[in-house]
Design a protein around this ligand. Structure first.
Ligand code: COA
Length: 166
């Protein structure tokens, strides 16, 4: 993530969710996320659970731009705002546990993260890259107000690059 905003911000509360820095108690959910074949479908696959159990740090995800998304006290997903080159200096990423899909949680959390970013870095755009075959992610990008910059081929798949605000 670019710019001088202090990290971490105070936890961000939405109607149903909290966006916050990671805690040691999130570790099992991190492992579930990265071990899930469904989560990995359009992002290069999942990793073996035993490998994740060995290699996941005691406090995963502690870095600027990394939000854990919490529902009723438990982690259901993560949102990243990471540095990148090109159309914008910051890129949005999102991964949610499959049991949390289909409730609008990703949209609610990403909108809050983008709102926080816009306040912390006024006027700075955010990029988003997703496979075009990832229909839920394409729908989410549109709902959030990203607009298409280009489509291109990479990692053997068609990719969509968008920018926000559109
Ligand atoms: C991409 C991803 C976050 C999208 O999750 P999602 O739950 O479909 O996204 P949203 O939060 O926008 O929820 C939309 C769905 O919730 C439904 N919904 C239910 N209640 C809702 C509510 N109160 N408000 C809004 N939507 C609601 C919508 O109808 C929609 O369902 P549909 O897709 O069947 O039409 C999820 O598929 C994921 O984590 N995938 C794996 C990781 C990944 O590929 N990330 C992208 C990397 S670029």
């Amino acid at each position: 993530m670019s710019g001088p905003a202090a990290w971490p911000p105070a936890p961000i509360r939405t109607e149903r969710l909290v966006l916050r820095e990671s805690e040691a108690r999130d570790r099992a959910a991190f492992i579930d996320l990265f071990a899930s074949p469904e989560v990995g479908t359009y992002i290069g696959g999942s990793r073996p659970r035993d490998e994740l159990e060995r290699t996941t740090p005691e406090l995963p995800g502690r870095r600027p731009g990394f939000f854990v998304v919490e529902l009723d006290g438990a982690m259901i997903g993560m949102i990243t705002l990471d540095p990148r080159d090109g159309v914008a200096e910051t890129e949005l990423g999102y991964l949610f546990l499959p049991e949390a899909w289909g409730h609008g949680y990703a949209a609610e959390a990403c909108a809050a993260a983008l709102g926080w970013f816009a306040g912390a870095h006024p006027g700075k755009p955010v990029a988003l890259c997703t496979q075009t075959a990832n229909a839920p992610s394409m729908r989410l990008a549109e709902k959030l107000g990203f607009t298409e910059v280009e489509r291109f081929e990479a990692y053997g798949a068609k990719q969509w690059l968008g920018v926000w605000p559109g």
